[in-house]
Design a protein around this ligand. Sequence first.
Ligand code: C2E
Ligand code: CA
Ligand code: CA
Length: 618
Amino acid sequence: MPHSTAAAYEALIQFLYRAPIGLVQSTLDGEITMINPCSARLLMPLAPHGDLSNLFDVLQPVAPQLRSLVTAAVESDAVVCDGLRLSLPASPRLAGGTTTTIEISLQRLNKQSLLMSIADITLSVHNEQQRLADSLRSATRVDALTRLPTRTVALEHIACALELARCDPQYEFAVLFINCDRFNAVNLSLGAEAGDALLQRIAARINGTVRRRDTVAIGSSNGSSDGSSDGSSEGSIAARLGGDEFVVVLTSLARRADAVTVAQRLAETLDLPYPYGDQSVHVAGSIGVVTREQAAPSAEAVLQDASLAMREAKAAGGARYCLFASAITERARHRGVIERELRVALAARQLFVVYQPIVELAAGAASPESADPNDRSFIDGPLRVTGVEALVRWKHPQRGVVPPIEFIEIAEQTGLIGALGEFVLDESCRQFMAWQRTLGPAAPWTLSVNLSRAQLQDAGIIAQVQDALHRHGLAPERLQLEVTESLAAQDQSIQVRLQELRALGLKLALDDFGTGYSSLACLHLLPVDVLKIDRSFVCQAETSAHHRVLIDTTVRVARSLHMQVVAEGVETPGQAQILAALDCDKGQGYLFARPMTAADATAWLQLRFDETTTALAA
Ligand code: C2E
Ligand code: CA
Ligand code: CA
């Protein structure tokens, strides 16, 4: 070989050897005849014993279809597959391992051999996810209708004010919760479009009042604190919470009394009529005010308290404000009563568990757009039940059945949640195993039980769960514990506890996804197997394209992290169709079944199973 040809040949070999793209040549049976280092590196995680002799064997776990695709491609230069994306198994998610994604193309080179190219697209997949997550994040920060900041942003501002108040005893702030009076009636009579336009005008008025430069005096270094000071209300915001509810967060107030001045001015401004054609519309506002002095320690609680005060303003006739201080005593009294009664309830076995089925959303519309709201095949056709969620109830001797929203939080604050949670876990495991014995194949496959914040803060929870599994003979993989999104994203100790629970072999679900703080971008950091999309997203699936996009994005990200997705609060056939079309695995909601007592659930499970087997046999 002439010298220059040899050099060129060597250069070509080096070029192929160092190329950042994987190349593999094999026989039609997959026996590898040539492989470059990049391919070897990318394929190695699939070859547990380092055996890279047969391409099909190596790729079997992720692309079992390759062999038959090759057989089908008869032309000697046929493309077998082009740009097939494969996720390679990762080392456990939290040990810092990331999933590698590759894209392969396979082609017949001639009658005897195949050529595969392999590209590592992990980074671009990651960037794509990040981009989706970013767009979701911005969508959750600006209200689409009014362009005001959202609840998420308002909560951040309140949290920030609380923090400043902790550091500075002089710091004053206030939270004003606004609910429009009789907005629904106006909305109904004008129509939704005019209602939306009205909300925009209300938002503009609220925002204008907060933004007025003389709205409030700012505690400034020159000490000017009279109402006419020219300090801008920097940092104060107006946000929309949803529907006809808004919140104003006033920060850096010079005087506590300024909160009242603004509340009064807001009430007056909102009370003015809105010109509408040649008529006018009147929608006033009820405002609840929490100032620093009465502020609870968390942003959520402050907002909740402000909404309580708002209710008082409304009850007093509306078009006014009410300070939280007057509502607080009533609430404290109420809590005291509930706490005392709940102690009795635990001892007297007044608590019981109801069960709501979780079903598969298998068949669906081809696309969200072609969903037919009148197609009832979802509920009337075969329904595969995959599990049940246990939900606690309190049979109060005087008040009848009390929903958990009225006592879970109080149970958490008073330490009663430990005993309550233990009861629910024990009772639901017992019932679940009873179903396995009596219902056989009609029994639910998984049991979901809710865990609250306080339960996770207690190290004893691990032993408690382990003990319940053991006592009832329940296989760990059949139990799913549900924690809320904001909770799972919290501090390190909670994360560790979640890891420990998961190490028992059970599944973890992220409850109320979409309402909390963690964004899609950090989902991969949470040790969860299932994502439950919150009802507030599901209930808008039919009416809001925006919410459909959010659901779609969430499902995609969950898919890429190998998580299952359950939609909560499915109420209409249309919603179920859209969710199925968006590739959501499972659904839970009144459409399928309400939460039922154990006896009712037993009958329901049996009936559904019989109907489904009959339908499938037909
Ligand atoms: P969650 O875990 O999000 O439970 C789902 C809630 O949505 C249940 O309310 C259920 O009845 C309701 N729901 C289900 N389908 C629909 C629907 O189609 N439409 C509507 N509007 N609602 C639907 P529930 O039973 O009142 O429970 C409320 C919350 O209380 C639960 O929310 C959970 O966070 C908490 N909770 C319930 N039981 C327990 C428990 O045993 N322990 C703890 N820690 N928390 C519990
Ligand atoms: Ca739940
Ligand atoms: Ca939920």
